[in-house]
Design a protein around this ligand. Structure first.
Ligand code: PLP
Length: 424
């Protein structure tokens, strides 16, 4: 992510700031990169959908099943104790990654979607009512729009949507115009999964707080492209998915400020979230377990810990700088394609390039690129309101990860030249 006053990457003390980034060495850690697809070397440009996995993460998951195969927080026997220790170790790692002040402010969830639904159903149902407003932006992923549609329908609150500019930005003027004393909650992306726009979240959070609103940041595409500091941002909730951060599917984390979490009712009931249960009722557990009902995705959470170790060792700032170099090359290379239209031209942009080419249906493009060994996403990217904003049904999206190379875009551009000739 570009360094700006709104979202200046936090400097992790342990990270080398200026060391050379050896992308070939990094790529050697990702077994999935080294395969042929339709007899062509894989070019993976779909990291915004899900990131490939480093061997150290895969080994950590295997080791849980091979060695520490017990349930967590349950038994006194050694396997349960060691499973609990490595599972809880991830909580400390995520706390450090986000710079949360307390480990109890980190809850494990299945991913961004579940984290947002947790806040909508727990905080939202307890605090929203007729006359209240929830503010989201027009560029949100369905995961940060549908849960708010649902809770508005349940409580009588109204959804207010901040419009996006042609360049794909959310301006502070447009944001201010949507805020009022009725605003109870603001929910916005840190980085757009379609346009790559980095939102001015620090300013947005401050302005929402001036109105007394609570703020949730959807960090699914934010935490992967730069350092995040929830204390400096002062957001109330920050949520991300493990699988986009080079970790396993089925896990993620929700950060929340303790004072809010203490007030919120539990969302799901079951094992581990209780204090005492009788025939007449129950008391709930302390944070964070109050929000972690049932046996969690133990192996996935441990894998998430290994992926956090991986990105932390590389350094979030070094990753961001490398990705910016690849992004600049990708934008320049793609702009040579005749009839190509970019979506999202904000100056503060992270690793996502969406485009369409005159006369080429994006679905056909995706299928033909796959025949060249190129994995790239086509479609509405779970952001139909944004597609409606641009008057299209879909876009092609090339997204960059920490293992991407400028050459990946050279291969893409050569393939796109061949494909556009077929349709001309
Ligand atoms: N929010 C954003 C910005 C995303 O990019 C995604 C996934 O693409 C999500 C939310 C949902 O993430 P998940 O499906 O992992 O819950």
């Amino acid at each position: 992510m570009e360094t700006t006053t709104e979202s200046a990457p936090r400097q992790h003390a342990e990270q080398p700031m200026t060391s050379a980034y050896d992308v070939d060495k990094v790529r050697a850690d990702f077994p999935a990169l080294h395969q042929l697809v339709h007899k062509k070397p894989l070019v993976y440009l779909d990291s915004a959908a899900t990131a490939l996995k480093p061997q150290s993460m895969i080994d950590a998951v295997t080791q849980i099943y091979a060695q520490h195969c017990g349930n967590v927080h349950r038994a006194v026997h050694t396997l349960s104790q060691s499973a609990t220790a490595v599972y809880e170790g991830t909580r400390d790692k995520v706390q450090a990654l986000l710079n949360a002040s307390e480990r109890e402010e980190i809850m494990f969830v299945r991913g961004t979607t579940e984290g947002i639904n947790l806040v909508a159903q727990s905080w939202g149902r307890a605090n929203l009512g007729p006359g209240d407003e929830v503010v989201v932006t027009e560029l949100e992923h369905h995961s940060n729009m549908v849960p708010w549609h649902m809770v508005c329908a349940q409580t009588g609150a109204r959804l207010v949507v901040v419009p996006v500019t042609e360049a794909g930005e959310i301006t502070l003027d447009a944001f201010d115009a949507c805020l009022s004393d009725k605003t109870k909650l603001v929910a916005m992306s840190h980085v757009s999964n379609v346009l790559g726009t980095v939102l001015p979240i620090r300013d947005m959070i401050a302005r929402a707080h001036e109105r007394g609103a609570v703020v949730l940041v959807d960090g699914a595409q934010g935490v992967v492209h730069g350092a995040v500091d929830v204390q400096a941002l002062d957001c109330d909730f920050y949520v991300f998915s493990g699988h986009k951060l080079y970790g396993p599917t089925g896990t993620g984390a929700l950060y929340g400020k303790r004072a809010l979490l203490e007030e919120m009712p539990p969302w799901m009931g079951g094992g581990d979230m209780i204090g005492e249960v009788t025939i007449r009722g129950f008391t709930h557990n302390e944070l964070p377990y109050k929000f972690e009902a049932g046996t969690p995705s133990i192996a996935s959470v441990v894998g998430l810990g290994a992926s956090v170790d991986y990105v932390t060792a590389l350094g979030m700032n070094a990753i961001a700088a490398h990705e910016q170099r690849v992004l600049a090359h990708g934008l320049a290379a793609l702009s040579e394609i005749p009839g190509l239209r970019f979506f999202g031209t904000a100056p503060n942009k992270a690793s996502v390039i969406s485009f369409a080419i005159d006369g080429v249906h994006t679905h056909d493009m995706g299928t033909l690129l796959d025949a060249h060994g190129i994995a790239l996403r086509t479609g509405h990217h779970c952001a139909q309101p944004l597609m409606q904003r641009y008057g299209v049904t879909g876009m092609a999206r090339a997204s960059i990860g920490l293992y991407s190379r400028p050459e990946d875009f050279d291969v893409l551009v050569r393939a796109l030249h061949r494909i556009t000739k077929m349709f001309s």
